[in-house]
Design a protein around this ligand. Structure first.
Ligand SMILES: [Zn+2]
Length: 558
C-alpha cells in the first residue's frame, strides 16, 4: 500500500515530463512547418533574383534581390519567435537529434538578426558606403589615376625598386580613404553583438556559425608551429631569387618587392605552359567526364548553368544551390585555359556537395555542414588541375614533359599553400584583435603581425592603415579563417583517401581521375549527411580524427 502511494506521484511526474517533452518537440515541429511555408519560397526567390542579377547586370534584379533580402531578415528578426526558440533551446525539451540540429541552426539565424532595427540599418548603410568607396576609388600614380589591373601589372613586371614602391603605396591609398569608416563599422557591429550579450562581434559571429574562438585559435596556433620553419625557408628562397632580379641584397627586400601586394599569393613557377593542353578543348565537358568517372555526375548542374562570358555578366565564378532540391547551378566565364579548368573543378566541387546532400533531410539540414567544408571539397578538386597524373588522364600530357609538369605542379601547390597559410594567420589574428579593441593602434598591430607571420620587413616609420586596404575586413567580416580551415580539411580528406581508399604511399600526389571509389566515399561520409552533423563531428566521423593542421603540413611543409 505504502509503496503504491509512493510510486504514484513519481509515475505522474514521469508521465507529465514525458508529455511535456513530446509537447515541446511537437510544438517545435509545428513551428518549423509554419516557418518553412514563408521562408522557403522567399529564399528560393532570393537565389533566383541573385542569379539573374549576376547573369544580366540588370538593376531590376538587384532591386528585387535587395527587397527579398530585407523580407528574409524581417522574418528572422521576429522577437516573439526568437524568444520561443530560446525557450526551446534552454528547456532541453528537444531530444530528437535532427530536431536539435534544426533548432541550433534556426536559432542562430534568428540570433544574428535580433539587433535593434535602427542599428541594423546603420550597419548596412556603413558597409554599403565602404563598398562604394572601394568600387570607385582610383589612386594617383605619378599624377595619373590608376586601377587595380595597372598596379597588379607593375608589381608583376617592374624591376625598378622606386617605381615598385610607388605602385605599392598607391595600392594602399584606398586604406586611408576607408579606415575611419571601417573602424566605425567595427564599433557598430560590436554594439550589436553586445546588445545580445556577447563580448564583441567576432566572438558572436563565430558562435553563430558553430565555431568558437578557442577552437579556431588552437588550430591556427598548431598551423603556425608546423609551418614556422618551412615557411621561413621558402621565404628566404623567394627573397634571394627576387632580390637578384631587382639587383638588391636579400636583406633589402621590402613589401613592394613581392608580386602580390599583400604577399598572399606566390608567383607561379613553370617552364611548361599548361594552357596549351586546354586550347580548343571544352572545359565543361572535360570536367563532366572527370566527375562522371568519379561517380559524382554533374550533367544536371551544367544543364542549368551559365558557362560562357558575355557583356554585362558577372566576371568571376560561383556555384549556387537554388532550392536544396537539385537545382544547382554555376556561373562562369570560361575560356579554354588552365585557370578556368581549375575554376571549373572548384565550382563543381561546391556543386556536387549540394547535389549529394540527402534529399530526405529537413530543409535546414539539406545544406553543407559548414561553409568551410564545401570550400574543402572545392579546393581538393581544384588541386587536381596541378596534378600531373590527372592531366595525363584527362588531357594526355606529352611524355617528355610529364616529369617537369609533375615537379612544377607540386611546387606551385606547395608555394601557394605555404604563403597563403601565413597570410591567413595575419588576417585571422588582426580581425580578432580589431573587434576586441577597435581603438588600439591598428596600424602598428597590422605591421607587427605581418612581420611575425609573413616575415616581411615593415617599411621604416610607416604609419598608415594598410590593413584597411583589404576589402574582406570591412565587407566579409569574421569569415577569412574559413578559407584556411577549408585547406586543412582538404588535406586531411586527401590523406584519408590516399591511405584508406586509394591505398597509396604518401598523400602528396593524389590523383582522383577514374576513381569511383573516392566518389562513393565522399558521397557517403562527407556529402550525404548535410548539416545533420555538426562540422567537427562530421570530420571525425569521415576521417577518424578531429580537424588538425597536421596533414596540411605533411603535404606542403615537409
Ligand atoms: Zn569556393
Amino acid at each position: 500500500m505504502r509503496s503504491i502511494m509512493l510510486c504514484f506521484p513519481l509515475f505522474i511526474i514521469f508521465l507529465l515530463t514525458s508529455c511535456s517533452l513530446r509537447n515541446g518537440e511537437n510544438e517545435f515541429r509545428a513551428f518549423i512547418d509554419q516557418h518553412l511555408k514563408t521562408i522557403e519560397p522567399k529564399l528560393k526567390a532570393f537565389n533566383l533574383a541573385s542569379w539573374n542579377a549576376n547573369a544580366t547586370g540588370d538593376k531590376k534584379y538587384y532591386d528585387e534581390k535587395a527587397a527579398l533580402d530585407l523580407e528574409v531578415r524581417t522574418i528572422y528578426s521576429n522577437k516573439k519567435e526568437f524568444e520561443q526558440l530560446k525557450k526551446w533551446k534552454e528547456s532541453e525539451e528537444i531530444k530528437d537529434a535532427l530536431l536539435q540540429r534544426q533548432l541550433i541552426i534556426i536559432y542562430n539565424k534568428y540570433l544574428i538578426n535580433q539587433f535593434d532595427a535602427a542599428l541594423m540599418r546603420k550597419i548596412v548603410e556603413k558597409a554599403t558606403a565602404i563598398e562604394n568607396k572601394f568600387n570607385v576609388f582610383r589612386p594617383l600614380l605619378e599624377g595619373k589615376e590608376v586601377d587595380d589591373n595597372e598596379i597588379v601589372n607593375i608589381l608583376k613586371t617592374e624591376t625598378n625598386s622606386a617605381k615598385r614602391q610607388k605602385a605599392w603605396e598607391a595600392s594602399k591609398e584606398v586604406g586611408i580613404a576607408v579606415a575611419a569608416d571601417v573602424i566605425e563599422l567595427a564599433k557598430l557591429r560590436n554594439q550589436a553583438a553586445q546588445q545580445l550579450g556577447f563580448k564583441n562581434y567576432y566572438e558572436m559571429s563565430l558562435i553563430a556559425s558553430e565555431q568558437s574562438l578557442e577552437e579556431i585559435t588552437a588550430i591556427f596556433e598548431e598551423l603556425k608551429q608546423l609551418t614556422d620553419e618551412p615557411f621561413g625557408k621558402l621565404k628566404s628562397e623567394i627573397d634571394t631569387k627576387l632580390a637578384k632580379k631587382y639587383g638588391i641584397k636579400a636583406e633589402q627586400m621590402m613589401p613592394w618587392h613581392y608580386e602580390d601586394r599583400f604577399f598572399q599569393e606566390a608567383p607561379r613557377v613553370g617552364t611548361i605552359d599548361l594552357d596549351k593542353y586546354f586550347k580548343g578543348k571544352k572545359i565543361d565537358e572535360l570536367a563532366a567526364t572527370f566527375y562522371r568517372k568519379l561517380g559524382l555526375p554533374v550533367e544536371s548542374i551544367l544543364k542549368n548553368s551559365d558557362i560562357y562570358g558575355r557583356k554585362g555578366k558577372y566576371q568571376h565564378a560561383f556555384c549556387d544551390d537554388m532550392d536544396r532540391l537539385g537545382d544547382v547551378r554555376t556561373m562562369q566565364s570560361v575560356v579554354d585555359n588552365k585557370y578556368w579548368m581549375s575554376t571549373m573543378l572548384h565550382e563543381l566541387g561546391h556543386g556536387v556537395y549540394s547535389l549529394n546532400v540527402r534529399r530526405d533531410l529537413p530543409f535546414y539540414l539539406r545544406i553543407e555542414a559548414h561553409a568551410f567544408l564545401t570550400e574543402a571539397i572545392a579546393m581538393m578538386m581544384e588541386r587536381q588541375a596541378d596534378n600531373a597524373d590527372w592531366l595525363q588522364a584527362m588531357v594526355g600530357l606529352n611524355a617528355e614533359e610529364y616529369e617537369t609538369v609533375r615537379a612544377e605542379g607540386q611546387e606551385n601547390l606547395r608555394m601557394h599553400a605555404l604563403l597563403f597559410c601565413r597570410w591567413t594567420q595575419v588576417m585571422m589574428r588582426f580581425e580578432k584583435a580589431m573587434y576586441e579593441n577597435p581603438d588600439q593602434d591598428l596600424n602598428r598591430l597590422w605591421w607587427s603581425l605581418v612581420k611575425e607571420y609573413q616575415m616581411v620587413t615593415p617599411p621604416e616609420g610607416r604609419n598608415a592603415p594598410d590593413w584597411a586596404a583589404k576589402i574582406h575586413l570591412a565587407l566579409y567580416p569574421a569569415y577569412y579563417h574559413n578559407y584556411q580551415l577549408g585547406e586543412l580539411t582538404a588535406s586531411q580528406l586527401q590523406y584519408y583517401l590516399a591511405k584508406n581508399i586509394l591505398k597509396q604511399e604518401g598523400a602528396k600526389e593524389v590523383c582522383l581521375a577514374n576513381r569511383p571509389e573516392v566518389g562513393q566515399y565522399l558521397k557517403e561520409k562527407v556529402l550525404a549527411p548535410g548539416a545533420s552533423l555538426r562540422w567537427d563531428a562530421l570530420i571525425k566521423e569521415a576521417t577518424g580524427e578531429p580537424l588538425t593542421a597536421r596533414y596540411f603540413a605533411e603535404e606542403y611543409a615537409k
